[in-house]
Ligand binder design. Structure first.
Ligand code: CP
Ligand code: NVA
Length: 319
């Protein structure tokens, strides 16, 4: 695999997405094999929005690979205001070996990758959350044994998490359904891309305003916050609009009897999901959160030490 950056699930072939996930599985089951993979490497973590999982999983992940993470808070860099994206990239490439960035406009991540001569990882933008999707499908694979052909229903806002779930689902041949209120559908270009990619993989992407239609017979039911980071001013208005899209026991029971419930977290019990669903035996949200660690270790090794990733993959085949 010859890619310098991890910016979008769309930048990869279906095979490459599968390889990332397989490497994540391998790292999860044999962490000791990878203990020195990134020895002496430093990853800068640029955060322009809050985080628990992304920050902890990248920090702990690179540490477990023998490297070091450097957390840079919104106040420290003040990207584009105190200093241009270009200058930040040109400084960092001289001192660290990789950059993870969580920001608002997706263009900033693209610009950072264009300017920096080191790998750049998208740790969430307003448009997408590709690291989340890798952990999500790793979790689905662990629990269902396959992804192709499964019905994955996302109910709520057609947001960054929905986009990456659609992209990765299309790459892996899943039947992704997204149910949103009118005017909150996913981006039209994202829907088009997922439908087109699905033509080669058997995946489909269906967008509806009817949560019942989306959840009926689903293998996976997924939701996310109604107001994402940066949309705090719309919170009250969104709470009214999204209320009929709450994932509660009544809606969830329309899914298959062995369906799993997923949420990228943070969750808001009583809003997008009720406690009797997220705290039920069907919920896999903490396994999903843990898998951020393993999936992102795979991404870091692939980008920062591709030869090590390939060598270990070959070695693991004879285990
Ligand atoms: N799911 C996720 O990205 O969580 P954080 O916002 O806490 O990083
Ligand atoms: N859609 C949410 C995801 C948080 C991980 C947000 O952007 O705030």
């Amino acid at each position: 695999m010859l890619r310098n950056d991890f910016l979008s699930i769309r930048d990869f072939t279906p095979n490459e997405i599968r390889e990332f996930i397989e490497l994540g599985r391998l790292i999860k089951s044999n962490p000791e094999l990878f203990a020195d993979s990134l020895k002496g490497q430093t990853l800068a973590l640029i955060f322009e929005k809050p985080s628990l999982r992304t920050r902890v999983s990248f920090d702990v992940g690179i540490h477990q690979l023998g490297g070091f993470a450097l957390y840079l808070s919104p106040a420290e860099i003040n990207l584009g205001k105190r200093e241009s994206v270009y200058d930040v990239a040109k400084n960092l490439e001289r001192m660290v070996q990789g950059i993870m960035i969580r920001t608002f406009a997706h263009e900033i991540v693209d610009q950072m990758a264009d300017c920096a001569g080191i790998p750049v990882i998208n740790g969430l933008t307003d448009y997408s959350h590709p690291c989340q999707a890798m952990a999500d499908y790793l979790t689905i694979l662990e629990l269902k044994g396959e992804v192709a052909g499964l019905k994955v229903a996302f109910v709520g806002d057609g947001n960054n998490v929905a986009h990456s779930l659609m992209f990765a689902g299309a790459q892996l041949g899943a039947k992704v359904w997204v149910a949103t209120p009118p005017k909150y559908e996913p981006d039209a270009g994202a829907i088009r891309w997922a439908a087109e990619r699905g033509e080669n993989t058997g995946g489909t992407c269906t967008v509806t305003n009817d949560p019942v239609e989306a959840v009926r017979g689903a293998d996976v039911v997924y939701t996310d916050a109604w107001a994402s980071m940066g949309q705090e001013a719309e919170k009250e208005q969104r709470e009214k609009i999204f209320r009929p899209y709450q994932v509660n026991a009544e809606l969830f029971q329309l899914a298959k009897p062995d369906a799993i419930f997923m949420h990228c977290l943070p969750a808001h019990r009583g809003d997008e999901v009720t406690a009797d669903v997220i705290d039920s035996v069907h919920s896999v949200v903490f396994q999903q959160a843990e898998n951020r660690l393993h999936a992102q270790k795979a991404i870091m090794v692939e980008l920062m030490k591709p030869k090590v990733a390939e060598g270990l993959r070959i070695a693991a085949r004879s285990l």
